[in-house]
Design a protein around this ligand. Structure first.
Ligand SMILES: C[S@@+](CC[C@H](N)C(=O)[O-])C[C@H]1O[C@@H](n2cnc3c(N)ncnc32)[C@H](O)[C@@H]1O
Length: 364
């Protein structure tokens, strides 16, 4: 039986993560309560009554905004002695129902917070003896330390340390989790890219679409519009794939990017620009009121100006969760009216700070 979930998040966003897990549980008809601490980088949601494996799908990473990664707890927080952590951990796993003991990967992890980073060295060194101990118990699993293309059945054992003697243990279905261990998208910054925010769009492509969708929607035959494009970090993501891009911004574009011959730079207002015919992509990184950007995207969807969109919503300092809920409600209601099947996903990406990234595209 599963006792709840643990989600990691950006340090400082624990309140939003807790509100979201509570809302997600309520929607699934599950009662429980969140537990978190400011700046801890994670949140636990305990169920009042343990549940079956259906919660793997109910707390799906893709549908959560603030969870960087998520796993279901097979046990409430476990206190482990600092001189022998392996024995109690293995004894506990040995008591789990058989299906839960089937995992092909494992990870020993901590939060992305000040305390968590201090623990990460220990987690790394603990992985090796822990792996050997699992093997001895015929629970062989490979360490999950890089993105894997997971099958529907692939599961991962999580051992999450919140301090040196407290462990949260459980399982995630890798398909329902972030592609990156701990939800930390380690992407190489391309030296020729004009700005670091290029990594945001790359992470968004990898987070919101599978390999097949990426291959078809990001082929050189596609056309893109980038609103608020300067100096060109997002445009660069299209250009490096050979995609012709219209960059709309009053600022200056990176010269090398312009030399590619694939970019048309228009010094216009992104809120007024309308493409002469449907494009494959509209992306938008304009710093504006989130509602105004959401309404702009809805207009592009209603007019079929773009097939797919990725845009940032800058978050207010307070009531960030309420703002997201309001915008999602507004967008869902309007999108339903359009009658076209859509997929709306929102994520606080690893490379996002005070903002979230939204994907809107066709469903199927
Ligand atoms: C955060 S920067 C974009 C960075 C860009 N995505 C990159 O990767 O290099 C925001 C840009 O939005 C532009 N911007 C703000 N309001 C705009 C508007 N109404 N129309 C067009 N551009 C706008 C600003 O000039 C600025 O260059």
């Amino acid at each position: 039986m599963l006792h709840g979930v643990l989600a990691t998040c950006r340090s400082g966003f624990e309140k939003e993560c807790a509100a979201e897990l509570s809302a997600c549980a309520a929607l699934a008809g599950l009662s429980g309560y969140p537990q978190t601490k400011p700046e801890s980088g994670f949140c636990v949601f305990y169920l009042n009554e343990p549940s079956g494996e259906k919660i793997f799908a109910q707390f799906d990473w893709k549908s959560l905004v603030f969870a960087r990664s998520v796993f279901c707890l097979a046990q409430r927080a476990l206190t482990v002695g600092e001189d022998d952590r392996i024995t109690p951990l293995l004894a506990n796993i040995g008591d789990w129902p058989r299906p839960l003991q089937k995992f092909s990967r494992f990870i020993v992890e901590s939060a992305d917070s000040d305390q968590g980073r201090e623990l990460s060295v220990f987690c790394k060194s603990f992985s090796k003896p822990f792996s050997a101990a699992l093997k001895k118990k015929s629970l062989q699993a490979e360490i999950w330390d890089e993105p894997v293309s997971a099958g529907a059945e692939d599961r991962c054992l999580h051992v999450f340390f919140s301090d040196y003697s407290t462990a949260y243990i459980g399982i995630s279905v890798l398909k329902n989790n972030s592609p990156w261990p701990r939800g930390i998208a380690r992407l190489r910054f391309p030296s020729e890219a004009p700005s670091r925010s290029t990594l945001k769009l790359e992470e968004a492509f990898l987070s919101f679409m599978d390999e097949d969708e990426r291959a078809s929607s990001l082929s050189p035959a596609r056309r893109a519009v980038d609103l608020g494009a300067c100096p060109g970090g997002w445009t660069y993501q299209f250009v490096r794939r050979g995609i012709r891009t219209t960059a709309v911004d009053n600022g200056s574009m990176n010269e090398k990017l312009m030399d590619s011959g694939l970019v048309e730079h228009l010094r216009l207002d992104g809120f007024r620009f309308v493409p002469p015919k449907t494009v494959d992509w509209m992306v938008c990184d304009m710093v504006e009121q989130p509602k105004r950007v959401a309404e702009l995207a809805l207009r592009w969807w209603a007019d079929q100006s773009a097939r797919r969109m990725i845009f940032n919503l800058k978050l207010p300092m307070k009531k960030r969760w309420n703002e997201i809920e309001d915008i999602r409600e507004l967008m869902s209601a309007e999108l339903k009216k359009s009658g076209r099947p859509y997929r709306l996903l929102m994520k606080h990406l690893y490379h996002d700070r005070e903002e979230i990234t939204v994907y809107l595209g066709p469903n199927g």
